[in-house]
Design a protein around this ligand. Structure first.
Ligand SMILES: C[S@@+](CC[C@H](N)C(=O)[O-])C[C@H]1O[C@@H](n2cnc3c(N)ncnc32)[C@H](O)[C@@H]1O
Length: 188
């Protein structure tokens, strides 16, 4: 088994201090217009690299749901003493059990290439309010690295098709870095 496939190792890698910088987490929050009082869901939250700053941003009048299946990753979040408005749930991103139509933003950061994406996008659509925003960040096809293999990556056209299939509109594509792109879309 490769180091990354072991859930404990994976939780440690995902919890690295450098990850927030690598993903440009502050810029993701800025770009998506997250503000005080909002409700956000972080599907496949890993060790909370995005969820914790999101919870700080929405403040005590807002709420963030951090959802992941890996208990080791969720334990890393708890050890970081997250703010009280961060709700950490060990759930499948296809069936979170969180109430429908509550979220302003639903984030899927490096999740969709790991799971059958249709079920996760359907859940994101269910969780969002009308005019709520879905945010995906994924690997670029032209980034040269062994992982994830190109047949597991989701290119821009397929992402748009998948998001449209889940009911989203108003797509916005951004080349986020040499390695990743961000696609946002809206529930109408
Ligand atoms: C590549 S990591 C990304 C973690 C986090 N979004 C980040 O970028 O730091 C993918 C995460 O998705 C989680 N995951 C995979 N399948 C899942 C599912 N069906 N439901 C919820 N989480 C899932 C994994 O446990 C892992 O923590």
């Amino acid at each position: 088994m490769e180091a990354y496939d072991n859930p404990k190792n994976r939780a440690r890698i995902l919890g690295s201090d450098r990850r927030a910088e690598w993903l440009k987490v502050d810029e993701i929050i800025e770009k998506t217009g997250v503000s005080q009082g909002m409700v956000c869901v972080d599907l496949g939250c890993g060790a909370g690299t995005l969820s914790i700053p999101l919870a700080e941003k929405v403040g005590s009048t807002g709420k963030v749901y951090a959802i992941d299946t890996n208990p080791d990753a969720l334990q890393v979040i708890k050890e970081k003493n997250p703010p009280a408005n961060l709700v950490v749930l060990q759930r499948n991103a296809t069936n979170t059990g969180v109430d429908a139509s509550i979220a302003n933003c639903c984030f899927m950061i490096l999740l969709l290439h790991e799971v059958p994406p249709e079920g996760v996008l359907a859940e994101a659509h269910r969780l969002l309010k009308a005019e709520g925003k879905a945010i995906t960040l994924e690997w670029r096809m032209d980034f040269d690295s062994p992982r994830p293999p190109s047949n597991e990556r989701i290119d821009r056209d397929r992402m748009e098709q998948l998001m449209a299939g889940a009911g989203f509109t108003s797509f916005e594509y951004t080349e986020w870095s040499d390695s990743h792109y961000v696609m946002t879309a809206v529930k109408r």
